[in-house]
Design a protein around this ligand. Structure first.
Ligand code: AMP
Length: 131
């Protein structure tokens, strides 16, 4: 089982931002900015473009709802979306509240936030998602 499958199953703790039967969203543990969220399918698949068209479409629609919640919780110019998957072999979309294009530079040094702060951020996004 991939580390992200274990997260979606609750076997490994995460800061939950949103979920439904098929998809799960949680905070990136080393965020580029506050509100940096990962969205994953519960089904284990490594490469996003190996997903079937229907599943990929539902994945993107779910990611859109999470992005709307992120923007409401953390006002920003736009929420940027990126797919890398170079580190973790389980498809995931990065959603990043952007103030400028610099916020999307994955070569930037990452933030390390306290557990309390991570919890607060995730709760804010979850509350918006649940509205
Ligand atoms: P990539 O596969 O290149 O898209 O990078 C994987 C991302 O997952 C990185 O931004 C990591 O900080 C993040 N990450 C790895 N392990 C965890 C975890 N246990 N919880 C939350 N985020 C994680």
């Amino acid at each position: 089982m991939s580390i992200f499958s274990k997260i979606a199953e609750g076997e490994i703790p995460s800061y939950k931002c949103a979920e439904n039967e098929e998809f799960y969203a949680f905070l990136d543990i080393n965020p580029m900015v506050k509100g940096h969220t990962l969205v994953i399918p519960r089904r284990e698949v490594d490469y996003i473009f190996d997903m079937e068209d229907d599943e990929l479409a539902r994945f993107e629609v779910f990611a859109k709802k999470v992005a709307v919640a992120i923007k409401a919780a953390f006002p920003c110019v736009k929420v940027g979306q990126a797919v890398l998957g170079l580190e973790v072999p389980h498809a995931h979309i990065h959603l990043i509240p952007m103030q400028s294009e610099k916020d999307m530079n994955f070569a930037n040094s990452k933030m390390s936030l306290s557990a309390e702060e991570m919890k607060e951020i995730a709760e804010k996004i979850y509350k918006e998602f649940s509205k």
